[in-house]
Design a protein around this ligand. Structure first.
Ligand SMILES: O=C(O)CCC(=O)C(=O)O
Ligand SMILES: [Fe+2]
Length: 388
């Protein structure tokens, strides 16, 4: 703590304790970009963490770490929407995968998926059949990973996936971007093929490889199954979305650890953003805080034990010519508890062609997206967001 305090003093010329005493201590100075967690166990009540917990004071104030640029870019993609009361009875749709696998019910479930993608862009998946052990092993590995000293992360935490020239522009806008800082720590893994133990996963610590491989394989395969159902729900061949996103067996992942909102400032753990990729499959612990925007209202994606949370990415929105929605979502920090989540992103390969499905384009529905490669799509996406 002492070291961090010195660091805060040096940077901001004020003692940490002084700032902590102020009612507005959630000010920009402390909205650091990343946080680092480790050491001293505290009595946090995060059920999925078991006995493991992290020192939240440190988590909040260490930083900025090597620029969590992606968060800032994502935040810049759209201004935060107005916060309104949640509408009673609005619930995220639930998709029962066991029923989808049951031929007598699969049509009905595909229709549910279609509606969920059109109306919400988000849904829960239940009865996916992934053994509980896969999750518990992964959570254990997750917590062990976060306990490593931050300098030991460089081998495997790939940082943001942003084209270098965009990154340069972003650095020029750094001050402006600070207002979008998030209260959390994130480890990012990129281009990880869970089938290939000699690939990217080999740069992860030994203890993490096996549980991560099992976990990502399971989540990715659920993602593939959903891509098939989504293709069919659009009236195209079952392998359409899978093929069009490049038959990529590798995934990206963000492992998030959210600090408690100890000053009650309703700080943002993760600013409103859309996922740019194909499909996100996410697990969250039982803390809650994830919200999705629907008709200008934030709706809670409440923890639902045993479920996966799935959301449509920008790539699918483009391929479906806007029919399936990639929607804004955010995470609010819990007042007292930490929160853990792991996103598994299905990603196209760089040369994949991203363009609307021809059958979905007609006179009434002109193409809303030009044909591009995934690489260009990503570039344009960020460039547009940053308005240069
Ligand atoms: O932590 C969560 O629940 C959301 C994470 C998320 O939106 C992301 O990684 O893109
Ligand atoms: Fe997201």
């Amino acid at each position: 703590m002492e070291k961090l305090q010195t660091c805060a003093l040096a940077r901001h010329g004020r003692a940490l304790s002084e700032l902590l005493a102020k009612p507005h201590r959630g000010n920009l100075i402390f909205k650091q970009w990343h946080s680092v967690l480790k050491t001293k166990a505290q009595n946090t009540t995060n059920s999925s963490t078991g006995n493991v917990s992290y020192n939240q004071e440190i988590a909040r104030f260490k930083g900025p770490v090597k620029e969590s640029d992606l968060d800032a870019v994502r935040a810049a993609l759209s201004a935060p929407a107005p916060v309104q009361e949640l509408k009673e009875g609005w619930e995220i749709p639930i998709v029962d995968l066991a029923q989808l696998r049951h031929s007598a019910r699969s049509d009905a479930i595909r229709n549910q998926i279609r509606r969920a993608c059109e109306e919400w862009g988000f849904f829960y998946v239940i009865n996916h059949g992934i053994p509980e052990q896969v999750f518990s092993d992964m959570w254990e590995a997750y917590h062990a990973l976060f306990q490593l000293p931050v300098e030991n992360r460089t081998n495997f935490d790939c940082g943001p996936f942003i084209p270098p020239d965009i990154l340069k522009k972003l650095n020029e806008k750094r001050e402006e971007m600070k207002k979008y800082a998030d209260y959390r720590d994130t480890i990012r893994l990129q281009n990880l093929n869970p089938d290939d133990e000699s690939g990217t996963i080999a740069s992860c610590p030994q203890f993490f490889r096996r549980p991560a491989s099992n976990f990502y394989k399971a989540l990715r395969n659920v993602g593939f199954e959903l891509l098939e159902a989504m293709s069919e729900s659009l009236g195209v061949r079952g392998d359409y979305l899978y093929n069009v996103t490049g038959e990529n067996n590798a995934i990206n992942s963000s492992l998030h650890f959210y600090s408690p909102d100890i000053d009650g400032n309703k700080n943002m753990g993760l600013n409103p953003h859309k996922d740019i990729l194909t499909l996100t499959v996410l697990v969250q612990d039982d803390t809650g805080g994830l919200q999705v925007l629907k008709e200008d209202r934030w709706v809670d994606v409440k923890p639902f034990p045993g479920s996966l949370v799935v959301n449509v990415g920008e790539a699918i929105q483009a391929i479906t010519n806007g029919k399936y929605k990639s929607v804004l979502h955010r995470v609010l920090n819990n007042p007292t508890k930490t929160r853990s989540s792991i996103s598994c992103f299905l990603i196209p390969t760089p040369d994949s062609k991203i363009e609307p499905i021809p059958d979905l384009v007609n006179e009434e529905n002109p193409a809303l997206y030009p044909t591009s490669t995934w690489k260009t799509f990503v570039y344009n996406h960020y460039a547009l967001a940053l308005k240069f």
